[in-house]
Design a protein around this ligand. Structure first.
Ligand code: DGY
Length: 335
């Protein structure tokens, strides 16, 4: 009898996905959905050929060196700043993420968060729930216009484009964007989006939505100086990663009225938040749920499982994980 590879599923996941993995592997799972420390994660990776991980598990060179038997780390997330991709590639470890399946759902959420922020939805709900609503007033919770206002998109990948499309086609918003590389002219035209430099984007947009991946280059891309250059009536929505925005500077800008409001789904050091964000009223806060529709989370989990199954040479895509980040490791000689 051949022994089946052992894999670790590092966080809670749909039972159907665990069952699929169990058709191919000896699976150690995490039914309590505990967030393991680096040491606990390392202990559980003993003898594992692959790992199904999420953004809360950090895969770095030290961990990989401690587990030379590890051949694949498959992230249930499109963002992969938790994985040292170069370290994986250098050691012949396949890494994967879950692009595409979450694009539209995440864009829906980004747009909803931007609208809730502009129209002060949670701030007014808190007021109402606190029993403070005693009369209608002409200027009560008057917010910013969304339709026809200028949408600014920082980071124009798949999700950025899906947000731009919603703004341009659904809400008649002129769209400005900034990205390292410009889109093809035909796509720009389709989206009604115009590339501008970052300073122009910040100066001219009414609603800024941030969708850039986190990397050392995007750390604190938006800080005090950038916030000061925005319109005082502008809103900022971050669905990218904590760390792209300097949360302390943002809280100070919100308190001082340097911008009107912010919508945040991601935070530096989450699940902890900068304490000042909890005391400024003009911010809508959500716990990193932009991709969290049931169908999309299931699609992400299935895709991460497909990648793991294929990376370890099983299933219909054996040797060809559908969304590998470093597929070259599968054809390279073992380092
Ligand atoms: C992603 O897919 O990157 C989401 O932020 C969930 O981690």
């Amino acid at each position: 009898m051949t022994t089946r590879p052992a894999v670790l599923v590092a966080r809670g996941v749909f039972p159907e996905v665990l069952a699929r993995l169990a058709q191919h592997f000896e699976v150690e799972s995490n039914p309590d959905d505990t967030v393991w420390s680096a040491a606990e994660l390392s202990a559980r990776l003993q003898g594992k050929a692959g790992a199904f991980i999420t953004g809360s598990e950090r895969i770095d060179a030290a961990l990989l060196d401690a587990h030379p038997q590890l051949r694949a780390v498959c992230n249930m997330a499109v963002g992969y700043n938790n994985i040292d991709l170069d370290a994986c590639t250098a050691r012949g470890v396949l890494a994967s993420n879950t692009p595409d399946v979450l694009t539209e759902t995440t864009a829906d959420f980004g747009f909803a968060l931007m609208m809730a922020t502009a129209r002060r939805i949670t701030e007014s709900e808190h007021f109402l729930r606190a029993g403070r609503w005693t009369k209608w007033s002409f200027d009560m919770f008057a917010g910013a216009e969304v339709h026809g206002a200028t949408l600014g998109v920082l980071g124009m990948g798949r999700i950025g484009q899906a947000i731009a499309r919603r703004g341009a086609l659904g809400f008649g918003m002129p769209v400005l964007y900034h990205n390292r590389s410009r889109l093809d002219a035909a796509i720009e035209q389709q989206l009604g989006a115009r590339w501008v430099d970052k300073a122009t984007l910040l100066r001219e947009c009414d609603h800024l939505v941030i969708v850039v991946p986190y990397s050392p280059a995007s750390h604190h891309l938006i800080g005090a100086t950038e916030l000061a250059s925005m319109k005082p009536t502008a809103t900022l929505t971050n669905i990218a990663r904590g760390g792209v925005v300097d949360d302390a500077a943002l809280a100070a800008a919100l308190r001082a009225g340097r911008i009107a409001a912010a919508g945040l789904d991601v935070f530096e050091g989450e699940p902890k938040l900068h304490p000042d964000l909890l005391t400024v009223p003009n911010v809508v806060l959500t716990p990193h749920i932009a991709s969290a529709s049931v169908a999309t989370r299931r699609a992400m989990a299935d895709l991460a499982a497909d990648n793991l199954i294929a990376a370890l040479g099983c299933g219909p895509h054996a040797g060809r994980p559908p969304t590998a980040l470093n597929p070259q490791v599968l054809s390279a000689p073992t380092p």
